[in-house]
Design a protein around this ligand. Structure first.
Ligand code: FE
Ligand code: FE
Ligand code: FE
Length: 166
């Protein structure tokens, strides 16, 4: 697509994040399965459901912009998911694996936070408040997930990983 306006740029970036979300929707259940800590497993499951709902809401955004819902491969998310796969192949003890999974997941969440922050700013700039509101609601979910993972790491997982490695 020839990008000639800020709305075109918004749509291009929406296609990227749509692809990123689709990839995450597939990867998160694998992280949930690999996690041993119950809070972490639960967090990955909850965020899988949130991610599926985000994919639907992105569909509404495309509709509001009179554009077909379509992704464009997000190579950054492919790379981040590859790195998560490498962690799964490291044969770490369960407590350390949990710590490493949190790290991998937070990298993905931070990518999403950067993406939705930009997308929200574009929607505000072109004066599409409806779209801006949807993007902000997704942005807040990504931030909350990042924070939840932080809390699980600090309050539970990292301490257990230290004990297990000792
Ligand atoms: Fe997401
Ligand atoms: Fe991307
Ligand atoms: Fe997310």
């Amino acid at each position: 697509m020839a990008v000639k306006s800020m709305q075109d740029l918004l749509i291009e970036e929406l296609r990227d994040v749509y692809s990123a979300e689709k990839q995450l929707a597939k990867a998160l259940p694998k992280l949930a399965k690999a996690a041993s800590n119950e809070s972490l497993k639960q967090a990955f499951q909850t965020h899988t459901e949130e991610t599926n709902s985000q994919i639907e809401r992105l569909g509404q955004v495309f509709e509001k912009l009179d554009t077909r819902t379509r992704g464009k491969t997000c190579h950054a998310m492919e790379g981040l998911i590859d790195e998560a796969r490498e962690i799964l192949e490291m044969n770490l003890p369960p407590e350390m694996l949990d710590a490493a999974l949190i790290g991998a997941a937070q990298k993905a969440e931070h990518y999403e936070i950067a993406s939705y922050g930009t997308l929200h700013a574009y929607a505000v700039a072109i004066g599409n408040q409806e779209v801006a509101d949807i993007l902000e609601s997704i942005l807040n979910e990504e931030k909350a997930t990042d924070q939840k993972l932080n809390d699980i790491a600090i309050n539970e997982v990292n301490k257990k990983a230290i004990q297990a490695a000792a």
